[in-house]
Design a protein around this ligand. Structure first.
Ligand code: 16G
Ligand code: ZN
Length: 487
């Protein structure tokens, strides 16, 4: 039922133009581009179903009208072999492309899914999307993406590689405009550059997105499913997100998730090298989502904790050969010790070009050059995320699935004297006021997967409270009751 509701909802976004009559033809559907959004959306659904039917397998969806005039466009599907969609499915393609209402569309899909015995929900479907350079391609690709992901358990991987960038109306947006000119094979559309009258950090930017978990200004329903990234005002933090439904809700990929992606990638290269002598470590703060810490430990990584603030994390990361640090709010980088980089460069000399080991060494050396090892910054962070996603062949959705965040809540409490709160070195427990930690522990014990801590802010005259638990309701209520203890 939720599957049907989701299909009805998404198909409402793509009403079928009157008197449209299409046939899959020799190479998919083609026509005037302005008439094709509903068709492409529906072909997205078909591709997901095809992927589930042949699971595990990847289906290709290409938006192109080949040699037709530029105002035309089209869509075709390829099977896992890389060849054309099996002709047996063409009649179904014709039927759904021409279904005159969302209800008829859903009925056709339902009947087809039953007949073909396609299991929706448990299977993992994947559809790779690409397009030619027609100006209508971008919007149609979005329609395809929505179609693909409206079938539950299916993800779209966008190989046309466009990303949206929220510059927080700060310096980052401006600099990205410059960088854009140098980037090939990566289309970035920049919003909130500050030039359109937007105010720095107001309802925009990484801090807003990470704390509020809603879209920044300038983003909305038309961006559903697309890979978006937000910088903060001075472009030293970044978080990714995608719009998850037609509303303002987002799925957030915070600093913890960026850390996890980087750690996984670096570990993968070290595994190829079978390099037991490289000490790889990751550094988090008390704000790291518990699920991220579990994930990183599950990878067999050494996870250490530092006090809030880049300088503290940086110092700890520098103790490793390769140290990766990120705050949940998106500050972070990867540090390579000089010795380790020289060792890699020497090692490469003895390897044959193009071998797995050679490539792994080259990737690590390239990362050490790409990332800003001084303190990290949003632009180099973005470039590395994009490179790693491309390397993995992952969509932002697939990356998000690395682990599921525990629900969390942050609140701040105004107090007469915030220095009355003194914490342990890693800020996970309060030493003063005396007795408060016992009281906090008492609250934590009431919740499944409960965790909470308090710390005096280093930048504002407040005490911050962080809480997480297995449900959002519990996280909210734990945060509230701990805040009461602080007051
Ligand atoms: C500063 C820190 C940031 C930290 C935040 C915590 C740097 C460059 N920036 O913005 O890392 O997360 O403060 O603020 O170190 P808070 O102490 O008010 O919670
Ligand atoms: Zn900043």
């Amino acid at each position: 039922e939720t599957q049907i509701a989701s299909l009805l909802k998404s198909s409402d976004l793509f009403p079928i133009p009157q008197s449209l009559k299409l046939s899959y033809g020799t190479a998919g559907f083609r026509g005037d581009a302005t008439l094709l959004a509903s068709t492409v959306y529906r072909v997205g659904i078909l591709s997901s179903l095809r992927s589930l039917k042949l699971a595990p397998s990847t289906i290709g969806l290409m938006i192109t009208a080949s040699q037709n005039k530029v105002s035309d466009n089209g869509v075709k599907v390829s099977d896992p072999s890389g060849g054309m969609l099996s002709q047996e499915w063409e009649p179904f393609a014709d039927q759904i492309a021409n279904a005159s209402s969302p209800q008829k569309l859903v009925a056709l899909i339902r009947e087809f899914v039953e007949r073909e015995e396609i299991s929706i929900g448990d299977g993992k479907g994947e559809v790779w999307l690409a397009r030619d350079t027609r100006p209508s391609g971008e919007a149609l690709l979005r329609a395809a993406e929505i179609g693909v992901s409206s079938v539950s358990g299916c993800v779209a991987v966008d190989y046309s590689s466009a990303a949206l960038d929220d510059g927080a109306n700060g310096v980052g947006g401006e600099k990205m405009e410059v960088l854009k000119g140098y980037l090939r094979n990566l289309d970035i559309e920049i919003r909130n550059t500050g030039r359109d009258g937007g105010v720095l950090n107001e309802i925009v930017g990484a801090d807003f997105v990470q704390k509020e978990k809603v879209v920044p200004l300038g983003f909305g329903v038309n961006d559903v499913g697309l890979r978006c990234v937000s910088f903060d005002g001075d472009a030293d933090r970044l978080v990714y997100f995608y719009v998850s439904s037609g509303e303002k809700k987002i799925e957030l990929l915070d600093g913890d998730k960026i850390l996890s992606l980087f750690a996984l990638f670096v570990k993968e290269q070290l595994n190829v090298l079978d390099d037991g002598c490289c000490r790889l470590g990751v550094v988090q703060t008390a704000y790291a989502n518990g699920a991220s810490t579990d994930y990183l430990k599950g990878l067999g990584l050494e996870v250490v904790f530092a006090k809030t603030g880049v300088k503290r994390l940086h110092k700890k990361a520098a103790e490793f050969d390769v140290g990766i640090y990120f705050e949940a709010n998106g500050h972070g980088t990867i540090l390579f010790s000089e010795d380790y980089v020289s060792l890699l460069v020497d090692k490469r000399k003895g390897l044959s070009e193009g071998s797995d080991e050679y490539n792994a060494v080259s990737r690590l050396v390239a990362v050490s050059k790409l990332i800003n090892q001084a303190v990290g910054d949003a632009i180099s962070g973005l470039l590395l995320v994009e490179v790693v996603l491309r390397h993995m062949g992952w969509s932002v959705q697939k990356w998000h699935e690395l682990y599921k965040d525990l629900p969390s809540r942050q609140v701040k409490v105004e107090v007469p004297d915030r220095t009355a709160v003194v914490t342990t070195r890693e800020e996970t427990e309060a030493l003063r006021p005396l007795g408060i930690q016992d009281a906090i522990n008492g609250e934590i014990r009431k919740y499944k997967r409960g965790r909470a801590f308090i710390r005096p802010s280093g930048t504002e005259d407040v005490v911050r409270v962080y809480a997480e638990a297995s449900t959002q309701e519990d996280a909210d209520s734990l945060a509230d009751s701990v805040a009461q203890l602080v007051k």
